[in-house]
Design a protein around this ligand. Sequence first.
Ligand SMILES: [Zn+2]
Length: 394
Amino acid sequence: MLAGSRLSAPAKADGIAERAKKLHFSSIVLDTHDDTTQRFFSKNYDLGKRNPDGHVDIPRMREGGMNAIFFSIWIDGRILGPPAVQKALDQIDAVHENVIKYSKDLAFCRTAEEVRRAHAQGKIAALIGVEGGHMIGHDIRVLRMFGDLGVRYMTLSHFYNDEWADSSTDKPVHNGLTDFGKDIVREMNRQGIMVDISHVSDKTFYDALEVSKAPLIASHSSCRALCNHPRDMSDDMIKALAAKGGVIQINYERSFIDQAYKDASDKLAGGVVARFEKFKEECGEDRECFDGKMAEEEKQAVAEGKLPHVSWERIIDHIDHVVKLVGPDHVGLGSDFDGATMPEGIEDCSKLPKITEALMRKGYKDDDIRKILGGNLLRVMEQTDKVSRELQAQ
Ligand SMILES: [Zn+2]
């Protein structure tokens, strides 16, 4: 009794831990980027069970209060044309199959209203984002089909340039968006598919910003001012994004949030793209082999002191940087769970309540925390749908 009351004394002293828990578990906590979809094809993975590895499954989502998730559709950016479309459709179908299989826990959602309804019913909202314009196979009709299948955002490129958009991690060949790329953005507006500028080159971002009638999102990017990586957004880009109502969803990948780690990782293996390529070659399409190799290399390098430790608190630094720059309406969560190396302390989605508590300890207002946890992204979804309705009425 005595020991117990002494242990709980610090929490009672300020009450923040308790208040943060209440706020977190009553909020819509929406993550815009999870590569969990690829695990659906592994016989060792079950979305409905607690898995010993990886970052996301239903039990851990429940534990961490993550109640809205964008399952990412992703294939290697060098696969183009009909094979890219086929593989994307396989993954879209796998998301729908999993939602049916676990319909007690999951509800497939296409709109902000549906996400709110799912939350009110105690269900996890499942949404779809396509990570890379190469998956439409250079055919605008496929984009419309994706829209019909419930795709709510598309990232304009992945690590490589596609046929119509330059990537931030490839040599520019299109000077941003081609004319066809601009038509794709217009069609996304018409279909109510959010335009995602994570991964794209700076010029592609500014082109998309000019063309799009709806606000843009960065589904999983962090701040270049804190970690100078081409995958992150500069302060000027964040200001321009915010001025048009958009939102940057912070990516937790170590090399995107921590400068010392990025520098050490570049020195070690030529950066994240080079590491990806090396392991892709060794593992081919075997995702588990790939994830295993990434995790193993990481662990070894940190143990040997070749890579520095990275604390989960860097995530808070990036959120706070955006809030100081453009206010609390333009930032959210885009973890990159199951697709990136998580910082220490946020090993998987069950640890998310720590983010809410940290923001509260920084003095953030409850309403602002709710916006960051999911409200901002839902606002962009609503605006995107409004633009879509207006364009379709013309
Ligand atoms: Zn990505």
